[in-house]
Design a protein around this ligand. Sequence first.
Ligand code: HEC
Ligand code: HEC
Ligand code: HEC
Ligand code: HEC
Length: 333
Amino acid sequence: MIQNLIPLLLVAMVAVGLGQEAETAKLPTGPGFDPKAIVGASECTECHTHSGAVWEQTVHHGTITDMPRTEKGREIAKKMGIRRIKSESLCLDCHATSHWEDEKLKPSSGVSCESCHGAGMGWVKLHGEFSGKEEGQETADEIARRWKASEAAGMLRPTMIADIARNCVSCHVVPHENLVNVGGHPAGSDFELVAWSQGSIRHNNFYTKGKENKVASIERQRLLYAVGILAELELLLKAVGTAEGMGDYAKANARRVSTLRKKLATAAKATQQSDLVKALEAVGSLKLSLKNQPAMLEAAAAITISLDNLAATSNGEDLAGLDSMLPKEEDYK
Ligand code: HEC
Ligand code: HEC
Ligand code: HEC
Ligand code: HEC
């Protein structure tokens, strides 16, 4: 008797859980770090001059000054009923790093260090001081503790590859139905994590003291590629899975799911890596119609597991099958 009830209860619980998620259809846009904990890029570039020199040349750096002056920017704002882009949190979420001042959200700069590495207040001192010693004098234990404490305080490090990828797509998928359907904002970028991280934004020049700005190793490129696909699929499935109507938003994001699952199929076949194979099983034959939203959210949850597991267990050596799929240097953004 009890044995029969348990599966029923589980089904009921899952159904309720999904229902709630679908009802509160708002997905977070942008990284969502606490603006009260933002220290500002100038604090970072005091020590990270080489990172800063690259960043200043990027589209990210200029976006909050340049975008509001464009015709398209004004047009989107008008359709959204927004008078001042620079004080509208919806736009600031993705086009700026913002801090809190006079009870208001204010842009500190364009998309900057802390939009990608986490709001710094809790870890900025901690991570860059060598446990109170001279550089090179810490024990291995002290180094490990310093990084662990920095991560716990919200630092997003390059090693945290799944979170890095999720953070990029929180802006580069645009998970806001009205902004796309009513505002006419692009439904997202034609994103691919290797090409988009190794071109104009690349700043692997800190540990080389500015002597060289290195392209990620081939093993890391494979991981970036695979993790990038899964992170984007995870969010896209949530976006389509919670869309309220079949407008441009749902259509564009569903098309994007189709494109990415073809890439995933090729990647899974070429590597036979178990997380990629499982992720493909979750989305391979998924119907992308609004009637099927609960299944999309279930597929997103399965992708979450594959993504976290891949990032935690792979060093890229098991992904050599991806090499022919990786973008070439001339295609870097
Ligand atoms: C006081 C100097 C200083 C400041 C200020 C500083 N950093 Fe650092 N940062 C360092 C040092 C030193 C390291 C390397 C530590 C090591 O070699 O163990 C580092 C490493 C890093 C890394 C690489 C971490 C890794 O896993 O290899 C990132 C990312 C980073 N800092 C981001 C930032 C950001 C973002 C800010 C501003 C919020 C900032 N830093 C401010 C000194 C600083
Ligand atoms: C969820 C993140 C997100 C939000 C919120 C957001 N944007 Fe964007 N926006 C982006 C991204 C990512 C791009 C780059 C798209 C691409 O790759 O072409 C972009 C591009 C743009 C462009 C250039 C479009 C083009 O066709 O060239 C304009 C203009 C713009 N955004 C205005 C706005 C305005 C105004 C707001 C507030 C009402 C806003 N955005 C809110 C992420 C966002
Ligand atoms: C658009 C997101 C983004 C922005 C903005 C950004 N970073 Fe990074 N940062 C990354 C990523 C991703 C990596 C790892 C890149 C890779 O693996 O090729 C990284 C790597 C680093 C590293 C390690 C570099 C090395 O030599 O290995 C440091 C230090 C760092 N960032 C500091 C900064 C600072 C300081 C700023 C602001 C001036 C900044 N970052 C802005 C995403 C960003
Ligand atoms: C806070 C939101 C945000 C985050 C996080 C973010 N981006 Fe962006 N990114 C944008 C916006 C907005 C634009 C477009 C700006 C514009 O056109 O004015 C953009 C533009 C770019 C461009 C320039 C594209 C071109 O057409 O030249 C690259 C490359 C890029 N992002 C890569 C990345 C990567 C890689 C990551 C993660 C490591 C990342 N971004 C994280 C918001 C973000």
